[in-house]
Design a protein around this ligand. Structure first.
Ligand code: BGC
Ligand code: CA
Length: 343
């Protein structure tokens, strides 16, 4: 009797294992396992780590009696070769959908080949592959945001504040002396944000004088360093700091704090992202404005797309641009509306 029970149990376990081997069989059994492999370019990046946290939360909301979800996150720590290996590990471990935040957005070929061979779809996010690469296979998607819009909104925010506060033009020469802190060279957001913010300020009639710029790779400590150098080069001259993201704006503020520079010699600072610390800096009136990079919206779109791809339910309910792209809009964040973004 006991032996027969064990046999029956073994058969049941075997059957359920078989059921888990392919997406189609999972559906028919009513037992769906969404196994997501997330490949992050660098989990030390504030925005990315907040986005991934939100993704995990939102994906887990799809869980039910029939649906289980798991998320495995790999951190490439800035090395594309490492990421290629990690993607292979994720596929080998049974992931049925991948979310890839490329280290080098111009070099996804190895990852695309691996995914195609194994028929595992990829949702690229935040670091946008070039269009030709995304067209290599039907199982490739991108979730991100409109880079141009973030630069425009940052420019509008800065123009409004400069117009309303004549004290920002400290030397009263009718021009705003500014510096830019830029993200990684080659990142779609760095190039476009810098271009658009300056264009927008000019179009709004603000006279500008560029003093300098520094590449700080999205990183707070690097931005602090670059800012300290620029303050040394242009003592008391800088009136405006435009940073491609909040972490670098915060690094610039750190530089002024450490040099003990007071109100009368401080510029105004603008960021992009609306990270937890970025929002707090607006509440504390250290940063004048930022642009919400909708990580919750992006994470939500990734979760919805991952579900649709694995369940085989189809993509009809999803609003794509050019059949493969989902872009979430940016929003203005100033001291007037920052409360709405605090959670
Ligand atoms: C964000 C940055 C982030 C970068 C990483 C950008 O969209 O604004 O904060 O470091 O993506 O790729
Ligand atoms: Ca001036």
């Amino acid at each position: 009797m006991r032996g027969r029970k064990v046999l029956a149990l073994t058969a049941a376990v075997l059957a359920s294992m078989l059921v888990l081997t392919s997406c189609k069989e999972q559906q028919s059994s009513g037992n769906l396992r969404i196994q997501v492999g997330v490949a992050s370019y660098n989990q030390g990046d504030t925005f990315i780590s907040e986005l991934v946290r939100s993704f995990k939360e939102q994906l887990s909301q799809y869980e039910s009696d029939e649906i289980t979800t798991t998320v495995t996150v790999k951190d490439a720590a800035g090395v594309q070769r490492t990421q290629d290996d990690q993607v292979e590990e994720l596929i080998d471990s049974g992931c049925n959908v991948l979310c890839v935040n490329l280290v080098d957005r111009t070099d996804p070929s190895e990852i695309i080949d691996l995914a195609r061979e194994n028929d595992v779809p990829i949702i690229f996010f935040n670091r946008e592959p070039v269009a030709e690469d995304l067209m290599q296979w039907s199982g490739l998607y991108y979730v991100g945001a409109y880079a141009e819009q973030s630069g425009e909104i940052q420019g509008e925010l800065a123009a409004d504040i400069i117009r309303d506060n004549s004290s920002i033009d400290r030397n009263k020469d009718g021009k705003i002396q500014y510096v830019v802190l830029e993200g990684e060279a080659g990142h779609q957001d760095a190039i476009i944000r810098t271009e658009k913010v300056v264009d927008t300020l000019r179009n709004q009639g603000i006279k500008l004088e560029k003093l300098s710029y520094g590449i700080a790779n999205w990183n707070r400590a690097q931005a602090e360093n670059r800012m300290t150098q620029m303050i040394g080069q242009y003592p008391n001259k800088i009136e405006l700091v435009l940073a491609n993201n909040d972490d670098m704006a915060l690094g610039a503020i750190d530089a002024y704090d450490k040099l003990n520079l007071t109100e009368s010699s401080r510029p105004v600072f603008f960021g992009i992202d609306g990270t937890d610390e970025g929002l707090q800096a607006i509440v504390d009136e250290k940063m004048s404005g930022t642009v919400y990079n909708d990580k919750e919206g992006q994470a939500g779109a990734m979760a919805q797309l991952a579900m649709a791809l694995v369940s085989g339910e189809g993509l009809d309910g999803i609003d794509f641009e050019n059949e493969k792209y989902i872009y979430l809009p940016y929003q203005k964040i100033s001291p007037d509306n920052v409360e709405e973004f605090l959670r």
